[in-house]
Design a protein around this ligand. Structure first.
Ligand code: PMP
Length: 417
């Protein structure tokens, strides 16, 4: 009898049969509140009627067109439709299937465009699991240990992770920028550095927002040295943080952005965007793939953009996020083990620490499992698995936020007493 690989250890025994908005139903009809949204992929909620209708219609017309040979209507429409939401000047798009592939595409473009080998990444960053993406991922050794040699040319510099160090944000940012200058002086000379690659909010690394001074500092150094600034919006994009892009909170100006997850409501689609001038420096044949810009995924993305706009989901993420945050802070106020509630919009994390201040992945996992038993699905993150994160679909309403917060309070009480 065939079995799922044991590597796919599930945090819960739930077998999902049906989804509707923020709710999942298992095979026995039991209802769960899904505050994982498949790590944020279902921005519009499970099986949003508009996404269902658009993709069904597309399947009946055309599923696949080899986009490096023929274009197709959903792809052309998607490019048009993305225009107004893309950061200023980034009007040229390339499509792939996953966030990891977007990372590969972005760094390949950066190396081709600059002729330089190195990518500077920031501690705690997650950019995917392909070998190149894992080589740039430092949100936990589990993502990279044991399959060296990793890709060469990756240099890691500190992220301004104030909660990790227990420092004020200003101090963490000053440290990170000084260390970056040190890195550029000692390890990766500017003339060897193609790009900085950074998340506006560390995702897998523990839901730690960057700040304006840090991203301004990256921009300033990028401009000074001819280095490209790549912002990974795979988890933070498409309204997740209460702004359309995570970096909008900080007024940053990326040269390349990567997006996936929220882009197509769960269909496999990712993209990078850059200026046409930069994109034209990619070497012919270097970017492509069989399934990139799949027509059904493009139709899903078009419907997703319509739903985000029509239902005001970016604003909803900000407003429901504020409600959820204050409920989570109340729970944290009652338990010393939860030392921090942080994040932006509907991307919120609760940090667990032991009484002597060490990151506490065991308690975080116990609370996650207790919550699942009570019908609330959550994910952990952070290098020690010490953060329980809330990342519901952007269609979540106040009643669902309240229900989830109630289940969370019960679960934390049950584990911590
Ligand atoms: N970048 C970020 C910021 C992510 O959160 C992820 C996925 N968690 C990826 C890249 C990789 O995306 P994928 O799993 O689609 O390859």
């Amino acid at each position: 009898m065939a079995k799922l690989s044991p590597i796919l250890k599930q945090a819960t025994p739930v077998v999902a049969a049906r989804g509707e908005g923020v709710q999942l139903f298992d095979e026995d009809g039991r209802r769960y509140l899904d505050f994982t949204a498949g790590i944020g992929v279902t921005s519009t909620g499970h099986s949003h009627p508009k996404v269902v209708e658009a993709t069904q219609r597309q399947i009946a017309n055309l599923v696949h067109g080899q986009y490096t040979t023929v274009k197709h209507r959903p792809l052309l429409d998607l490019v048009d439709r993305l225009g107004p939401v893309l950061p200023d000047g980034l009007d040229s798009l390339f499509f792939a299937n996953s966030g990891s592939e977007a990372a590969e595409a972005a760094i390949r473009l950066a190396r081709h465009a600059t002729g330089r080998p190195n990518i500077v990444v920031f501690h705690g960053g997650f950019h995917g699991r392909t070998v190149a993406a894992a080589s740039m991922t430092t949100s936990g050794t589990k993502f990279r240990a044991g399959f060296s040699p990793l890709m060469a040319g990756v240099v890691v510099s500190p992220f301004p992770d104030a909660p990790h160090f227990g420092w004020p944000q200003e101090q963490a940012t000053e440290f990170a920028l000084r260390q970056l200058d040190y890195t550029l002086q000692t390890q990766s000379a500017p003339a060897d550095t193609a790009a900085f690659l950074v998340e506006p909010v560390l995702g897998e690394g523990g839901y730690v927002p960057a700040d304006r001074a840090f991203l301004d500092g990256l921009r300033e150094r990028a401009d000074r040295h001819g280095i490209l600034l790549i912002i990974d919006e795979v988890q933070t994009g498409f309204g997740r943080t209460g702004e359309f892009w995570g970096h909008d909170h900080f007024g940053s100006r990326p040269d390349i952005i990567m997006t996936a997850k929220g882009l197509a409501s769960g269909f496999p689609l990712s993209a990078i965007a850059a200026s046409e001038e930069l994109m034209s420096k990619a070497w012919p044949g270097s970017q492509g793939g069989t399934y990139g810009a799949n027509a059904v995924a493009c139709a899903a993305a078009l419907a997703t953009l319509d739903v985000i706009e029509e239902e005001g989901l970016v604003k909803n993420a900000a407003e429901r996020g504020a409600e959820l945050r204050s409920a989570l802070e109340q729970v944290a106020g009652k338990h010393e083990a939860i030392t921090d509630v942080r994040g932006l919009g509907l991307m919120l994390g609760n940090e667990f620490r032991t009484p002597d201040g060490e990151p506490d992945g065991a308690t975080a996992a116990a609370v996650q499992q207790e919550a699942a038993k009570r019908g609330l699905l959550l994910l952990t993150c952070g290098a020690w698995g010490q953060v329980v994160r809330f990342i519901p679909a952007l269609v979540v309403d106040s009643a669902e936020v309240e229900e989830a917060a109630g289940l969370w309070a019960q679960s934390v009480d049950a584990v911590l007493g």
